[in-house]
Design a protein around this ligand. Sequence first.
Ligand code: KG4
Ligand code: ZN
Length: 333
Amino acid sequence: MAIILGIESSCDDTSAAICIDGKICSNVIASQAVHQNYGGVIPELASRVHQQNIIPAIHQAIDVAKIHKNDIDAVAFTRGPGLLGSLLVGTSFAKSFALAKGLPLIEVNHMQAHILAHFIEENKPSFPFICLTVSGGHTQIVLVKDYFDMEVIGETNDDAAGEAFDKTAKLLGLPYPGGPLIDKYAKQGDKFAFKFPEPQVDGLNFSFSGLKTSIMYFVRDRIKEDPEFLKNRLFDICASVQERIISILLNKLKKASVQYDIKTIAIAGGVSANSGLRTALNEAALTEGWKVYIPKFEYCTDNAAMIAIAGYYKFLNKDFVGQDIAPLARMLF
Ligand code: KG4
Ligand code: ZN
């Protein structure tokens, strides 16, 4: 039997999970409300709150899984990419716990873990598949050849898709993180009300910074004509912006599918919780003949279950690291 403790602390969620023989038995997530009024994550505040949340989250994960801390066989932690101060909290806890208990230590790449979240459920994708990984910090199209054999075949040249949602929300006066709110308001709006430009970017890469600027000027000009514009048309703006972000993502995904002749398509990361994107992917399954994989909501945004499952597959390979390991703000595959 293999019992893995997974720890995630790369951004603003402190999370701990227990994986027993490839099955997730607990997944505790302590989110940080402290950033809401700042329009983004404040790194120094994030690391301080991780420090407060990490021990209770781990205790709870152990309790929910109905195990004892002495039953744990290995500790998997997010090494990067992420905010260094935040990563340090999880990494330091993982190292100390592993040292105290004489356990092997497993480093996990956060972006790979988002993709490996697809291996938590029974319905697992088969290799090779293409995964669109869309989060607050990253937007990547990844060719997934095996659990830890992944190649980034497309990525953003500037902002991430989640950032496009969050920055749009900020422009519209909505709190952080804006993605879930835009998603909610978009459901009540007309997605064809306004047409925002689609950036022309080569190959499988993305660009979202132009979209953000065009939304900024659009709102500024319309408010000059009608001071109530934002209030009256908020739902239509949200629906139209979301529609454009989704079409940008889907068009590149279609291109990748043709280029690599792969029809098994997955999405991962916080933005994969977006209901419009989920619907669009299901529609593409019908029109493109894709077999699509969409994670459960709790495994879309940051969570330790994905770290524990990635840790489990590394445990099977005896892929361990030493106590000299340090977190990495930037970490490639
Ligand atoms: O993967 P994640 O939890 O953290 C990072 O690794 O960045 O992703 C967070 C991002 C935020 O930008 C948030 O606004 C976005 O995911 N997000 C959403 C939705 N839920 C979370 N974006 C659009 N629609 C949603 N429902
Ligand atoms: Zn993430």
